[in-house]
Design a protein around this ligand. Sequence first.
Ligand code: G3P
Ligand code: CA
Length: 300
Amino acid sequence: MNSKIVVAHRGASGYLPEHTMEAKAMAFAMNPDFIEQDLVLSKDDVPVVIHDIYLDDVTDVAIKFSERKREDGRYYVIDFTFEELQQLNVSERFNPKTGEQFYPNRFPKGKGNFKLHSLSQEIELIQGLNKSTGKNIGIYPEIKNPEFHHKKGKDIAKITLEVLSAYGYTSKNDNCIFQCFDAKELERVRKELNSDLFLVQLIEFPEETKQLKHFSTYADGIGPWYKQIIDKKENDHWKFTTLVEDAHKLNLKVHAYTFRADQLGDFSSFEEHVNTLLFDAKVDGCFTDFPDKVIKILNR
Ligand code: G3P
Ligand code: CA
């Protein structure tokens, strides 16, 4: 049993289009600790599992609903009802301007018959598989861009917490970790919406790491980009920033994103990537597009 937490980032997204039910079922079979759900609200307030507020880089919306393009050239999840969203086909991620596939060696763009789904539908898949397999794999929902939703009169945090509660996720014991990049909103989740869930404050920019003490007043962990943890390589050894140590002193767990076997950055192998962060830098867990590969390395 590994003590390190493995989160299937957007499902087994290294192998199947991100956030499809198929990618989630495949991830489940790989035995991660958690499967991730990024969430955006539909026009009729359904939390939809999708990474961006836009539709045009992972679906065929530009073909099926060409007239629904906004002036900025984009198609927005929030402009479509859940029933309309379910008519779209989901594809491997691509650049909507050039049509080029984002990760060229992954599942072929535009192939297959994949659909969008709601948070409830995904929870029913994971809870159903937990029952039929006897496993206990958790969920790791992230509310995307709460400020954008507030401006449209929508409270994505409140709606998501209600769905989670309806499926039995209300406390730190319930195998659910709730994450958000927006610090003000995550603080609100704890202090105004009174959630007892395990909360992870995501960190996008290095200057946000100065806020650790404040984060520890409402969050249980942080989710930094892994590059905020590594400094440089000297004499074949990686040096690290003090981020993990500082977080641990404040009793915050550290779940770093995103480990990709097909995007190694400065590492020479995926094994070096995983071992350097999880063991040398003492990170508590990671988000990965390749949960099977991380688990294999951890089991060695
Ligand atoms: O939520 C943490 C991890 O998923 C990285 O962020 O941009 O892929 O949602 P993102
Ligand atoms: Ca995420």
